[in-house]
Design a protein around this ligand. Structure first.
Ligand SMILES: Nc1ncnc2c1ncn2[C@@H]1O[C@H](COP(=O)(O)OP(=O)(O)OP(=O)(O)O)[C@@H](O)[C@H]1O
Length: 406
């Protein structure tokens, strides 16, 4: 077994042998995805297998150094990457299991029911995707909003900028809030309270400050930006184009650019022309889409500029408050649990006290009764005061003296 974990991993995790492999969830372009059970914790995870036997050592090294970056990418809106391992030809990624489906399923559910996705839900999902992209594109976390009017400081880029490169509805996993370590059954999603996790960073490319952009395309054509189509370098703004296509699809329930042939799709994407979203949605939402799906990369919006939008601020604040409420409810539950434990312990303590008292009283009554009986029988009982000699304290009626004195 070829194991390079020690080179890149910050924490020592369990080895492949410590997982029980369960059913296959699906297959992507690079290999299959399976559910696994981590034996030491009982936690269900996902294992993504990537065949890398055909790669040369430089490419392998590149992939392995990306693993190190992914394992540091911790964010509430990003599927957690736990660790990686490998054997000769296969690289195994261990990731958080998302059991409640993805945005592509949500879109097809609405399509089946011939309903629009409520605008509030569209803003909320967009805001969450953007906070995750902000984390990747600037290598820094977005500060929580105190109020929706907060002035946001321009981010100082860290050294590990990550571009997703394969943003699409199928890589946006949904849940109803708090993560569950042991998901047994899928929850019924309340889309008004949906929380988002960006997954499949397996193809993400890390960009060091001096490293040039990658030029190998590995994405899904519908969401591909024109510069990527023209073999120009990826940049974080290529993700923003894809995000625009995703917002558009949430509103119209179909991607903005569709074609029968690849060439036709390429032509349409490069022209960058698409229909307006239905009137059901606000102009503000249309403007956000327009600022993302802009073939001129110089004037395309960034994650930072999009997050200035008031609707996105409101959506972020609402999401923060929901999280806060969830935490409060958890805290309340915990307090109630502690209260119940204390009440039970108090009951047990009282029962024990009563028991001891009862026991003691029985023993005491027995001893007193026994001693009284002994005294009455005229026996000297050790430790018992002699009633007749303990003069000063004893009651002797006066008339006895008088009788004696005569
Ligand atoms: N963390 C996860 N939790 C639950 N399901 C997942 C997770 N990651 C991937 N899947 C599922 O596994 C299947 C295969 O995913 P994978 O990312 O390998 O390919 P894809 O995204 O479908 O296609 P491509 O590789 O071409 O982008 C998909 O159905 C996906 O929803």
């Amino acid at each position: 077994m070829y194991n390079r974990r020690a080179e890149t991993r910050e924490r020592s995790g369990p080895r492949i042998s410590e997982y029980e492999v369960q059913e296959e969830i699906g297959r992507g372009s690079f290999g299959c995805v399976r559910k696994v059970l981590q034996l030491s914790t009982g936690k269900i995870m996902v294992r993504k297998e990537i065949q890398y036997g055909h790669m040369n050592s430089k490419e392998r090294q590149q992939l392995i150094s990306e693993c190190a970056i992914l394992s540091r990418l911790k964010h509430e809106n990003i599927v957690e990457f736990y660790e990686w391992d490998s054997d000769k030809n296969v690289l195994y990624f261990y990731m958080e299991y998302c059991s409640n489906g993805d945005l592509s399923q949500m879109i097809s559910n609405f399509k089946k029911e011939c309903k629009y996705i409520p605008e509030k839900v569209v803003w909320s999902i967009t805001a969450q995707i953007l906070t995750a992209l902000y984390r990747c594109h600037y290598d820094s976390d977005l500060a929580p909003l105190e109020t929706i009017y907060d002035k946001m400081k321009f981010p100082v880029k860290g050294s590990n900028v990550v571009i997703h490169r394969d943003l699409k509805p199928g890589n946006i996993f949904l849940s109803t809030g708090k993560p569950s370590d042991h998901p047994k059954t899928s929850q019924v999603l309340d889309y008004n309270k949906v929380s988002v996790k960006l997954g499949d960073f397996g193809l993400a490319k890390s960009l060091g400050s001096s490293v040039e952009f990658a030029t190998t395309y590995v994405g899904t054509p519908y969401y591909m930006s024109p510069e990527v189509l023209m073999d120009q370098p990826y940049s974080p703004l290529s993700d923003i184009w894809s995000l625009g296509c995703i917002i558009y699809e949430m509103c119209t329930l179909r991607p903005p650019f569709q074609a029968k042939t690849y060439i036709d799709l390429q032509r349409r994407i490069q022209a960058g022309k698409f229909d307006r979203i239905p009137d059901y949605y606000s102009n503000e939402l249309q403007q956000v889409i327009d600022s993302c799906i802009n073939p001129d990369i110089q004037s395309r919006a960034s994650a930072f500029s999009l997050l200035q939008n008031m609707q996105l601020r409101i959506a972020r604040k609402a999401f923060q408050l929901e999280r806060f409420e969830d935490n409060l409810m958890d805290y309340e539950k915990e307090l109630m649990n502690i209260g119940n434990i204390l009440e039970r312990q108090a009951g047990e303590y009282e029962a024990e006290m009563n028991n001891i008292k009862h026991q003691y009283r029985k023993e005491f009554e027995f001893t007193v009764e026994q001693r009284v009986r002994e005294i009455l029988n005229g026996k000297k009982v050790s430790g018992t005061p002699d009633l007749m000699t303990a003069k000063p304290h004893l009651h002797r009626p006066d008339y006895h003296w008088r009788v004696k004195g005569r």
